[in-house]
Design a protein around this ligand. Structure first.
Ligand code: GRF
Length: 200
């Protein structure tokens, strides 16, 4: 299965996909896209000989209107957002309906939406005094973090003393959950039954 990955920063989830035993021989990352001209995730892509593109309107970027054509040229079957901070244009969301997934570092539908990314999410979770957090992989629709939930995994945070500690625990879970969902997608094991998304 041909996938492309969208990133904005560190790229640890990109690395988890590349290193996943579950995905060996099953998927190929055809390209990595970012809204940044440079980011650590691009270095990971380059080390793995994966083409990189910056999306935007600055010099050296590809425009959002050219993005669809590039996705088609790679025969993209799944778009994975792994820490991408911008909204994917509605035209691409409708073209790739149920073929764009995002990983969110909290248990949606709580602690999601505009502005709730990175450490902001974990701070909100910490201050709420919730005793569990976790990771969510969901389909992407036109708004932040509202698409149907594909898979979630919880982590106990009852004993944490900082938002950073939550981030560390959730990240461990993310690195397993995202490759798991991609693998299920590649096997055609994610379906809607009785208006509910089911993973088999
Ligand atoms: C992850 O916590 C992901 O859930 C969120 O952004 C972070 C990206 O981390 N959407 P990385 O770039 O994959 O290391």
């Amino acid at each position: 299965m041909n996938i492309v990955v969208f990133v904005s920063g560190r790229g640890s989830n990109l690395e988890a996909i590349l290193n996943s035993e579950l995905l060996k021989g099953k998927i190929k990352i055809k390209a990595v896209f970012s809204d940044k001209l440079q980011c650590a995730a691009f270095e990971i892509a380059k080390r793995n000989s994966i083409p990189t593109y910056t999306v935007g309107d600055k010099e050296g970027c590809i425009s959002y209107s050219n993005l669809a054509g590039i996705l088609i040229s790679y025969n993209t079957e799944l778009v994975v957002l792994a820490g991408f901070l911008k909204l994917i244009p509605g035209s691409i969301v409708s073209e790739y309906k149920n073929k764009i997934i995002n990983i969110h570092p909290a248990l949606l539908p709580s602690f999601g939406g505009k502005g709730l990314y990175g450490i902001n999410v974990h701070r909100a979770v910490f201050e709420s005094s919730a005793k569990v957090s976790g990771a969510t992989v969901h389909f992407v629709d036109e708004t932040y973090d509202t698409g149907r939930i594909i898979a979630q995994q919880c982590v106990d945070i009852s004993d944490v003393t900082s938002p950073g500690e939550i981030a560390e625990r959730v990240l461990q879970v993310e690195h397993k959950l995202l490759p798991y969902v991609i693998s299920k997608f590649a096997d055609g094991n994610i379906n809607v039954v009785n208006n509910r998304l089911v993973v088999n």
